[in-house]
Design a binder for this molecule. Sequence first.
Ligand SMILES: [Zn+2]
Length: 190
Amino acid sequence: MFLESVNRAGWVEVICGSMFSGKTEELIRRLKRALFARQEVEIFKPKIDVRYSETEVVSHDAHAIRSTPVENSGNILLLTGNVDVVGIDEAQFFDANIVNVCQMLANQGIRVIVAGLDMDYSGKPFGPMPQLMAIAEYVTKVHAICVHCGNLANHSHRLNKDDKLVMLGELESYEPLCRHCFNKMKQNGK
Ligand SMILES: [Zn+2]
């Protein structure tokens, strides 16, 4: 595209937060804006996230744009030949190599927008998200509202007792809680 005559620099943006914080909606907003400017956009998500649709980035309020599920982060490099913007959703489920992949894309002049959960249900940093946040030029933390007290929520509290980390987000399995309410639930063993 015509902007290539300009010295185009790539960079990495991370959008992170708890469940129900609107991070996928924010990813979609940024990608749609790029599409409107006729930029070439490719969107990827890990193959594991097949909650709603095989080929779409879908947020809870059903704004969707087409995405490609990939087995591992290395596959993203094979599918980003001539793009301006790469979107990556549910990045917390990717392997550790996703950090190198984002670096390589940005070094090639591509704008990389990564969305993912910053913490798992137990409140620990989730997968490669801490590293992605460290290497990113821009980090946006979005927040849900605590269902108990109405403060800003940064935790995804799991409502059932399954210990499988790769449980996928559904309204009936998780609730957003603030730090205070999350700690109270933990103290009470819930
Ligand atoms: Zn609260």
